[in-house]
Design a protein around this ligand. Sequence first.
Ligand code: ADP
Ligand code: MG
Length: 705
Amino acid sequence: MTPPPTRARTPPVPGDDVSVLGGLTATRRRALSRLGVETVEDLLRLAPRRYEDRRHPQPIAQLVEGSTVLVIGEVISARVFRARRGLTIHEAVVADATGEVKARWFHRGGWMPRALQAGTSVALFGTVKARGRAVELASPAIEHLPAEGEESEDGVPGANRLVPVHPLTSGLTAPVVRRAVWNALPAADALADSLPPERLAALGLPRLADALRALHFPDRLEDAEQARRRLALDELLVHEILLARRRRNRLAERAPAIAVDARLDARIRARLPFSLTEAQDAVVAEIAADLARPHPMNRLLQGDVGSGKTAVAAYALLAVVARGHQGAFMAPTEVLARQHERTLGALLEGSRVRIETLAGGRRGKARQEALERVARGEVDLVLGTHAVISKAVRFDDLGLVVVDEQHKFGVRQRHDLVAKAGDDRRPHLLVMTATPIPRTLALTVYGDLDVSVITGRPPGRRPVETCVVDPARQGREVLDRVRAELAVGRQAFVIYPLVEESDKLGLRDAVDGRARWARALPDHRVGLLHGRMKPEEKETVMAAFLSGAVHLLVATVVVEVGIDVPNATVLVVEHAERFGLSQLHQLRGRIGRGTVGGLCVLVDRSKDQTPARLEVLAATDDGFEIAEEDLKLRGTGDVLGTRQHGVAGFRAARLPRDLPLLGHARREATAVLDVDPGLEDPVHAVLAGLVAARLERAERTESGG
Ligand code: ADP
Ligand code: MG
């Protein structure tokens, strides 16, 4: 497909600001900027999310409810009218040789799009809905079709072909982005390839300029996929180059060397209430070796829920504190930070180690004084949420940071740690996660971290029985089981899904749920915990549950990670269908912590008859297997909780699908860096440019939130 002759405009070049493309108001440019698009090249590299197949128009007489169709016809009439609540509705009747169909759009605003003038030829693409006895098209995309011999309004192909739908954000519509991309295409020819043609040929990939045309306006889906892989190659090359560099830089970074000799080792172990498992021992040895070096440790500790990561963290923190440095332990929630405070507090009973928890409940003067004590080195262990490493918290001599259950701890946060150790030294870092990231993926995403894995669980733990239930048929049974457990003095969690903190409906569900459970269990105390409660309220409820004063805790997902209440044996998850498998597995980790087994009830309220997804949980207790399954079903973004930004900022690359390509990229990157580590040779100018652009983008998006 040849781009249109650009009318009265000089052709764009890749480095131009997108404003040269026309049709992009300041608002739209800001929206593009949120997608990381500033220049024409950025836009060209914005891979479509999907393609709409608009090659096969459907005769109007044959429209079937529920299908997504392309209709080509002529506008017979159109009108705009006001409905309730000031809503404006556009309605058009479109006809082809076989019949007529109504299309309706709900907009705010009274203008009539030009394409809807009577007599205009249009392509409508959308879903067929029933309306009374007839069918209509619900808010279809409209494309104005040029009359024969007439040039289309803007020349952008929108019908009779595969049409790209690009990533969007508020303020942008698919046609706007498509038009901008179309106008940007002439700049593609000026883009040089990052690898020489023979290397690309060896990988079976097209040249960039060809790839970009096929990416946005492909003739066949296979061409689009090949083009996507060509773009993915560049992303993966840059990724591998950055990883390789970071590995090299680490040797230039300094950290306090902390030696753990046999005496200290024995002292620390004496404080633990159990002896470490073999798996914990192995990880402790790896960590001790890292700490002894004058370069910062960067270690990711993966261990399934309940595998005993906290004890490993405690070991490392105690070692660092014993050698006169400070330690910080960050948890994702305050509830969890408080739990760590209790665990560590118990271990350190009678010692001289000073612990301070920086929680949100602490404000004003008390917090200020705590901060000052930390800065003066009068506190040895600082606990809290991520606020612990914010700029406001200054340390005297921070030797180790442990980040619990936060696999998203990024490069930038790591960067913030620099200088916290004083004398240009950076503290050691241990990131712990129960999100069982498959090993292949871990190496990709955390390629510059060393990975330790705790396999298995501490002895004495019983498996959790898991069942998926249909509330209509088995609701009674569930209640009986819960009642039976509570009757013998055990405790239970009931979890409600919450899409986000501000999800009012989810909150309602939990509040109503608490009332219902309280009515059903008049002899027991039922508590409620959710993210909108004040920190002190949460603390009170958690304490009551821990002490056994509250028997059943209804909670939103705030309890998801890390809470340790050994006496809780039952977990009921409401609307289990709304959770990811890995998330459910984490939730299930809340029970079966003591020496009695546990029961996990997944209430499936989806009315569909495909419970297979949830059944995976009933079938296995292996978090890794579950994560692989999740990955297959939902893609990497969901597993890592980074769907918005893509893994490591990838836009075109898809993992694990592109893992083979990643391997190629690693080899190519190593080959290049071996001969030209600084990417200074002019033959590597394109790569150097891509690396610089990637760093700049990371800076922009991270500082912009
Ligand atoms: P997670 O890895 O999910 O953070 P925790 O550190 O909370 O797991 O440990 C889960 C439970 O196992 C806790 O109750 C803890 O006290 C217990 N535990 C940890 N290590 C051992 C061990 N070596 N022997 C016995 N119990 C252990
Ligand atoms: Mg934990």
